[in-house]
Every structure is written in structure tokens, then in C-alpha cells.
Design a protein around this ligand. Structure first.
Ligand code: DDH
Length: 286
């Protein structure tokens, strides 16, 4: 059923909650982007399960996946919005919050459409382990993102989201930010990846990451093994180089691929209406 929701008012309200002086780098933006991505990134094209319908992270089966540790902060930030617009689904609010946060942090405008359901079909719950593991390499990246229907160029463009936010030792077990200004969307991540000398560092918990000490900012920046894996493969590396050189191209490609990510698992008719609001997709494919 189409509800009459004033989405431009919702967007404004999301934008006005981003400023959070007590939280992380002063912004809820990065963790909201991660919530949006993890809500959709469970998609499996072959079995047609997972994806942005359902907001399954509200429940332990998905929300308790160690890959989703810390995302409760993002969900709590959005509760006042849900209370103000009770007819908006969580699945719509989580994806829209990511889109609004990216724009507000200086990123591109990303097309977004509502219509997602909060209905969860238990028999179609995505199993854990569908989100990427930062300790792995290129084969893993391809397995995970090809499964969602992305290609090599799209994998690199999506990875550029690591311009934003940071790793937390009590969430993922990794530590630090990728760039000096982690609440400003840009292509700095790609530039730093190529231009700095990254040294392996073993954390107290045994996790390996790569670090570079930035003297100007007196700060240690980091890369995950999966980030630097993009440099060791020509098909990925050429896109890292393209995006490092050409910020506009990165913004354009990122906007397209993030829009595609937010649509994973949805079947829409030609008017944009979501058909699989029972969250069962099979029957809608002709
Ligand atoms: Fe990521 N990401 N991500 N990521 N991600 C982490 C944080 C953030 C991987 C691992 C981690 C994407 C892809 C990958 C964001 C957006 C996106 C953290 C740290 C880990 C670990 C979490 C924590 O400790 O709080 C891996 C591996 C991949 C991959 O294999 C490609 C994608 C595709 C996106 C996206 O949005 C399109 C954002 C934003 C953050 C910062 C969160 C925060 O709280 O700050």
C-alpha cells in the first residue's frame, strides 16, 4: 500500500540529526552509510535472497551477526525519525539515511526510491557470512560482490565509501580511519592508497591491518587487507588509479553503484512500485 509520506521532510530531518558532537568524529553520517550498505549487502542473486527489503537487522539472526557489530548506534540515531514518520518502513529509512548522509558529507546525489517492506520471511533470512571479511583478499572480494551482481569496476567504486568513518576495536577488531577527514566524502582514500607506504601492523587482538603515520596531522591512518588487495590485481588497480585521478568520475560511478546496491532484492513495476512487499521474490520474475 502506498502511504503518503513527505520524503523531502524526512530527508531534512535525517540531515539535521547527522551532527552528533559526542559521537566518533562528530557525525552519525559514516555509521548510517554502513547501516544502509549492510542492510542491502546480504543479497544473493542466485537464490534471490537477502537485500534491502525486510530490515532484518532488527532481529538477532541478522543484527547479531558479528559483521554488523556497532550498527545498533545507527539504528538508535534513526529512532526519532521512525517515531515521527511511523508509516515509513525501517528498510526505507535505513537506505535513505545512507543516501542523505553521503550527500550531506559532500558526496554525490544518489537516486533513491521508497517502497521497501519491513516484512521478514523467516524461510528467506540470509545466512550469516554474506558480508565481506576484511582479513581476506581478492578472491573473497569477487566471491562476495559477484554474488550480489557487481563487477570489478563496481567493487572498486563501492570500496571508495571507506573515505568515510573509521574502524573500532570493539566492533570489527580493526582500528582507525582511512583518511584525515573521515566525515567528508571524497576520493582521498584512493589517493592515499596509491601514494603512501603502508606498513603491516599486528594489533593486540592479533588482527593485521596496514598503517601510515601522517606527520602533518599527527595521526595514524589505516587500510584493511581487503582495501590494499585492490592494488595487487590489475583489473582492480586500474580503477583505483582512475578514481584517484578523477574525482568527478568517482562521484558519478559511486552514485550509480550505491543506487544499485540500495535496490538489491527489490522487484519494481514500471511506475516504481515495489511488487515483492511479501519479501518473496521468485514469483515476480517472468
Ligand atoms: Fe566497510 N568496513 N567494508 N564498506 N565501511 C568498515 C567500516 C565502514 C569492509 C570492512 C569494514 C564497504 C566495503 C567493505 C563503510 C562502508 C562500506 C569496517 C570497520 C570494516 C571492518 C567497522 C567498525 O569497526 O566499526 C570490507 C571488508 C569491505 C569490502 O570487502 C569491500 C562498502 C561497499 C561500503 C559502502 O558503504 C558502499 C563505512 C561508511 C564504514 C565506517 C563506519 C563507521 O562507523 O565509521
Amino acid at each position: 500500500m502506498t502511504k503518503n509520506i513527505d520524503w523531502s521532510a524526512v530527508r531534512k530531518d535525517i540531515a539535521s540529526l547527522l551532527h552528533q558532537p559526542e559521537y566518533d568524529d562528530g557525525s552519525a553520517g559514516p555509521v548510517l552509510v554502513r547501516l544502509a550498505w549492510h542492510s542491502a549487502g546480504t543479497y544473493d542473486a542466485e537464490s534471490d535472497t537477502g537485500g534491502s527489503n525486510g530490515a532484518g537487522m532488527r532481529y538477532e539472526a541478522e543484527g547479531g551477526d558479528p559483521a554488523n557489530a556497532g550498527l545498533q548506534h545507527a539504528r538508535v540515531f534513526l529512532e526519532p525519525i521512525k517515531s515521527k514518520y511511523p508509516d515509513a518502513t525501517y528498510a526505507d529509512l535505513w537506505t535513505l539515511a545512507g543516501v542523505v548522509a553521503i550527500k550531506e558529507m559532500g558526496g554525490p546525489e544518489i537516486k533513491w526510491q521508497p517502497g521497501r517492506t519491513d516484512y521478514v520471511d523467516d524461510s528467506k533470512l540470509p545466512p550469516r557470512g554474506r558480508l565481506p571479511d576484511a582479513a581476506q583478499g581478492n578472491d573473497h572480494l569477487r566471491n562476495i560482490f559477484y554474488r550480489m551482481g557487481f563487477n570489478d569496476q563496481e567493487i572498486v567504486a563501492l570500496s571508495g565509501a571507506h573515505n568515510l568513518g573509521r574502524c573500532h576495536s570493539d566492533r570489527s577488531g580493526f582500528e582507525g580511519a582511512w583518511v584525515n577527514n573521515p566525515t567528508r566524502f571524497s576520493n582521498t582514500y584512493f589517493n592515499l592508497m596509491l601514494s603512501r607506504t603502508w606498513k603491516e601492523k599486528v594489533l593486540k587482538n592479533g588482527n593485521k591491518q596496514f598503517v601510515y603515520y601522517d606527520e602533518d596531522a599527527d595521526e595514524e591512518l589505516m587500510m584493511l587487507p581487503t582495501d590494499l588487495a585492490l592494488l595487487s590485481d590489475d583489473k582492480f588497480r586500474k580503477w583505483v588509479e582512475t578514481y584517484a585521478k578523477d574525482k568527478n568520475k568517482f562521484f558519478e560511478d559511486f552514485a550509480a553503484v550505491f543506487e544499485k546496491l540500495m535496490e538489491l532484492g527489490l522487484v519494481r513495476d514500471e511506475t516504481g512500485k515495489v511488487l515483492n512487499t511479501d519479501n518473496v521474490r521468485g514469483g515476480y520474475h517472468s
